[in-house]
Design a protein around this ligand. Structure first.
Ligand code: AMP
Length: 423
């Protein structure tokens, strides 16, 4: 199928063609006709599926049927996202796809000065992309008028709930006109999401492109077993040996992200850490350096990485497994995007076997496990609880110990044979 068949008008088709897109992705092919029909929609689609264009293109099309009069802009579409990065990326997409249309867009999120955002809003905006907290701040300052919103998009709704935004979302919704089109995107479909959908969506069309709670087939996933204290050294070794140039590495904590980034830099591997304690400027710079290839490794925590849009990212490494199995799916979703095969590698130590089992159960896959010569785990080391409140073994929220402490079945010997049984 070609974009031309989707009833999008010439200015939009021209912008898409300039991006080099010819064929709609599955979520786009399914969602765009429903949205153009004016239907509410629930789309089960992860980042990397092309979901942003999936709602942005038909939104621009619908709004373009009624173009703004000169200098008379008011907010007609509101897109809520969980993170600043995602908000910035979505607004960049609105600008890209809408570059031949006379709409004005703006993005608002916390962590940066509020005045430039107030000024942007004063100048008139048709399409507003926002994170909930800052939006509510601006509403309380009477800088935002949502009374004429025609389309409302909740992007990554599951992450919004995870991050505790439900009350903010409800406050925002209460300010929208009753008559509007609602689109809700979520990678997972929990009972909470179901409840949210029931309260927001009217007779929604349902589009689902990725199987629920399973990981993309375009991602080769594997596990290397290693002792906890040797993970950083192993990662440096793998990056060096395989000459990886663009690796996104996940750690569980901000402190761990900083420590790893410093360690890699000492090994002359260019790297930066991105997490919630970094200023917005530092996060934006780290991301743009990473995209430009100036730094080889971007180390991120789960929250900081949500919504990162990095084209064709070849490698994602879990230095530590996430304690929430669904986060694994989100993490590895950063690779294998828009048709490219990617590799997701997890470095797993004895303390994490229980997390690993939880992940394998969720994704319904037995991940290939191997070891790397010179980094084989010491079998005498016993599992210890993982502290989620900070560093290891220093209190905090301790997970229960593995009942038998047994290791996952190893499929390989002491050689690095990660190519076996991968998908
Ligand atoms: P998203 O899931 O919206 O984050 O999009 C993932 C990536 O796919 C983005 O970098 C888009 O630029 C890219 N993309 C979106 N739609 C298409 C398409 N139809 N053809 C090729 N690439 C696309």
């Amino acid at each position: 199928m070609l974009f031309k068949k989707l009833n999008l008008s010439a200015p939009i088709l021209k912008a898409i063609a300039e991006e080099g897109y010819t064929t709609p992705t599955p979520v786009q092919a399914q969602a765009i006709p429903y949205i153009l029909d004016g239907r509410d929609m629930l789309a089960g689609a992860q980042t990397g599926t092309g979901k942003t264009a999936g709602f942005t293109l038909p939104m621009l099309e619908i709004l373009s049927h009624n173009l703004p009069q000169a200098k008379r802009h008011h907010i007609r579409a509101l897109i809520l996202t969980p993170t600043r990065e995602l908000a910035a990326q979505v607004e960049a997409s609105v600008k890209t796809y809408g570059k031949y249309l006379p709409f004005k867009s703006a993005v608002i999120f916390g962590g940066v000065g509020i005045n430039p955002q107030i000024n942007a809003l004063k100048n008139g905006v048709d399409i507003l992309v926002a994170t909930p907290g800052r939006l509510l701040d601006l509403i309380s300052q009477k800088a935002v008028d949502l009374s004429r919103v025609e389309m409302f998009v909740l992007d990554e709704a599951d992450r919004m709930l995870d991050m505790g935004f439900i009350r903010d979302i409800r406050k925002v919704i209460a300010l929208l006109p009753k008559q509007r089109q609602n689109l809700l995107f979520s990678a997972t479909y929990s009972d909470e999401i179901k409840k949210l959908c029931e309260s927001i969506l009217r007779n929604p069309a349902i589009v689902e492109v990725a199987r629920r709670n399973t990981s993309s087939e375009l991602i080769k996933q594997s596990v290397i077993l290693v002792d906890c204290k040797r993970k950083s050294a192993l990662l440096g070794h793998l990056i060096d040996q395989n000459k990886w140039t663009q690796v996104l590495v996940f750690t569980r904590t901000k402190h761990g992200a900083n420590k790893l980034s410093e360690y890699l830099q000492k090994m002359n591997i260019t790297s930066a850490a991105i997490h919630g304690n970094k200023s917005q400027g530092a996060r934006t710079k780290a991301l743009s350096d990473f995209k430009a290839g100036t730094i080889r490794v971007l180390v991120a925590t789960d929250i900081a990485a949500r919504g990162l849009d990095i084209d064709s990212l070849p490698h994602v490494v879990n230095l530590e497994l996430p304690n929430i199995a669904e986060d694994y799916v989100h993490r590895i979703g950063r690779t294998g995007r828009a048709g490219n095969v990617g590799e997701a590698l997890s470095l797993v130590c004895v303390d994490e076997y229980e997390y690993l089992r939880g992940i394998e159960k969720l994704i319904k896959l037995n991940l290939d496990k191997s070891t790397v010569s010179g980094f084989e785990p010491d079998p005498s080391i016993k599992a210890e609880p993982i502290s989620l409140g900070g560093g290891r073994g220093r209190g905090g929220n301790q997970r229960p110990r593995s009942s038998n402490g047994s290791a996952p079945k190893k499929r390989s010997g002491s050689t690095h044979n990660r190519d076996k049984n991968r998908r």
